[in-house]
Design a protein around this ligand. Sequence first.
Ligand code: IMP
Length: 207
Amino acid sequence: MTRKLEPGKLVIASHNEGKVREISALLGPYGMAPVSAGSLGLPEPEETGTTFAQNAALKALASATASGLPALADDSGLDVAALGGRPGVYTADWAERQWFEGEPGRDWYMAMGKVEGLLCAQGPQVDRSAAFVCTLCLAWPDGETVLFEGRVAGSLVWPPRGAQGFGYDPVFLPIGATQTFGEMSIEAKQAVSHRARAFEQLVTALF
Ligand code: IMP
């Protein structure tokens, strides 16, 4: 039987404000007190894994062992069919700008443009289908881990639409929707998102 998560402090092992916001909202009803790794000053480990599961586990374990609290990490990304699953685990890296106004930073418009450029290079009939994938890992301070995965299928639009959400949200149109993730409220996104689907499994197993 899977170990249960007792009500109390839970570290969100992420320095990505968009993810922290969405995960905190999902945890709201379960009596957990989420604190972000950033607010505790925990270091951000290098994501050296080649799968979502490996990266989620290394982030969750780093926060759980450094804080002495259970920690929840999310590793997620965009899987574009016509690009053979890229950017995949490198989704955040595609936005990396080494020197953006003097600081290292991420430029999401540049990253979305890179995906679009590669699709356009394949011609006007290119398959624009894509999926967001999310792997959640819960780690306890003693090193035990458990993983959950969620996926949402959709297609990529251009130009980007909407200023809600984060990352690649403005170009992702989930199947059956008329609004991109960037145009939806957080509640509408949570009804279908990869993160919410992974979270449903976590809730069933851990609460
Ligand atoms: P990582 O999991 O920290 O490696 O980063 C995954 C990257 O995937 C994020 O920085 C976002 O760019 C992208 N991503 C993951 N989930 C979402 C989402 O719900 N909306 C938009 N972009 C996302």
